[in-house]
Structures are given as structure tokens and as C-alpha cells.
Ligand binder design. Structure first.
Ligand code: MG
Length: 221
């Protein structure tokens, strides 16, 4: 069973379902030749794909092209069903830095054929997450730099101010579909600059100055 790690406090919270958004930064939608949708576009990642700071992303045998996507994560603290925007904040426990690792070749094949993205997003180790920072410790979730470096070279550099949907809109929308529970995680989508990671790479990422991750990359044995 997997539990979150917290910054500065000792607390136990089991990792629940992981709901991800796609096309939530305009420049990333453009680089993927994708249209921004009117309503948020959702998919799920299994909790079994979670790893933590210092661990290793494993490139599966089934994929030749694996990409990094750096994202702001929102951790739910209290059950939420059909929540209105004005009430959303009281259901949030905190924030984290997450990577939505993606087998891009498998995803492209799925897109071409109208298949779900599940396989491309769900391999073990495809969801590295940082410690959780409680929301009270975060001045403004809409002004956090999102930076990702591979082998010390910056690949993604943006800010959560460019998110197309607000966190209130996102949680109002998701909670109109599925009940959110304490421990569920929402990954809010990636800005531009996604690119390939390879065997032996070192991936480092930061969310403002509140969260960081450093991971190795290796091929499946
Ligand atoms: Mg993503």
C-alpha cells in the first residue's frame, strides 16, 4: 500500500485514485497539435505507477519513446461530490509536484485509432511524486514556477499562472462525475517542452521553491 510523504509533518494518508488532465496549457496543446477543449479532458493513472523522490523511472520494453511531463498536483483532503467552485478550497489538503510520464509512441497509436490512453500512462514508475505541502503553506498556487531539467539542461520552464482552467473549475467538474475522497490526487496537466527521456538520464524538477524531485532513468531489465 502506498502512502504520501509530507513536508515538515508526520502524517499518514493513503494514495487514492489519480485523475489527470490533458491540454491545460495552451502552448503544450499547440506543440502536440491538439485543440484545447471547452471542458477539461480527463484520464486516470493507477496508484501502482507512483514512485518517490530519489527513485528510478523504468522505460518499459513495449515503448521506444517515453516523455516527461511536469505538473502541479492537488491532493484532496475531504470527500467531494458535486462541489461548487466556491467550496472547492475546503476540500483541498495540499499540493505536490508530479510527473506524468508517458509512453508517447503508444499514446500516438492510441490517438490514431481512437483508443484509450490508459496503456501509455500506466506503466509502473510512470507517476513520480514529491512530498505534499499543505495548502496553508502555499501563498498562491497560481504563481508557482514549473521547471524540469534532464541532465542539467532545462526542458520545461513555465508557471502555473498559464493553467487554462482554475483549480476550482477542475474540481467542480471532476466532482460532478466521480466522488473525490481524501488521498485522491489530481495532476493538472503539463506546460510546453515535453521531450524524450533515455536510459541513464537524470531528471530533476521543481514546483516553485516548495517541492522538488530527482530521479534516475533506466531501461527495463
Ligand atoms: Mg500530463
Amino acid at each position: 500500500m502506498l502512502y504520501y510523504h509530507f513536508k515538515d509533518i508526520n502524517r499518514r494518508l493513503r494514495i487514492g485514485k489519480i485523475i489527470c488532465l490533458a491540454r491545460t496549457y495552451r502552448k503544450h496543446a499547440e506543440e502536440m497539435n491538439s485543440k484545447v477543449t471547452e471542458k477539461p479532458l480527463l484520464f486516470l493513472k493507477p496508484a501502482s505507477s507512483v514512485i518517490f523522490d530519489g527513485q528510478t523511472i523504468i522505460i518499459p520494453r513495449q515503448s521506444k519513446i517515453v516523455h516527461h511531463e511536469v505538473e502541479l498536483g492537488v491532493v484532496i483532503g475531504r470527500r467531494a461530490k458535486n462541489i461548487e467552485k466556491k467550496d472547492v478550497m475546503s476540500h483541498i489538503l495540499g499540493y505536490l509536484l508530479g510527473l506524468d510520464i508517458t509512453a508517447r509512441d503508444i499514446q500516438e497509436e492510441a490517438k490514431r485509432n481512437g483508443w484509450p490512453w490508459t496503456i501509455s500512462k500506466s506503466f509502473d514508475t510512470f507517476c513520480p511524486i514529491s512530498k505534499v505541502v499543505l495548502k496553508e503553506e502555499v501563498d498562491d498556487p497560481y504563481n508557482l514556477d514549473l521547471i524540469l531539467k534532464v541532465n542539467n539542461e532545462i526542458r520545461q520552464s513555465s508557471n502555473t499562472r498559464y493553467l487554462i482552467y482554475s483549480i476550482e473549475e477542475i474540481i467542480e467538474f471532476i466532482s460532478s462525475i466521480m466522488t473525490l475522497k481524501a488521498g485522491d490526487l489530481i495532476l493538472t496537466g503539463t506546460p510546453e517542452g515535453v521531450s524524450q527521456i533515455r536510459d541513464g538520464d537524470i531528471v530533476e524538477a521543481k514546483l516553485g521553491d516548495i517541492c522538488s524531485l530527482k530521479l534516475n532513468v533506466t531501461l527495463s531489465g
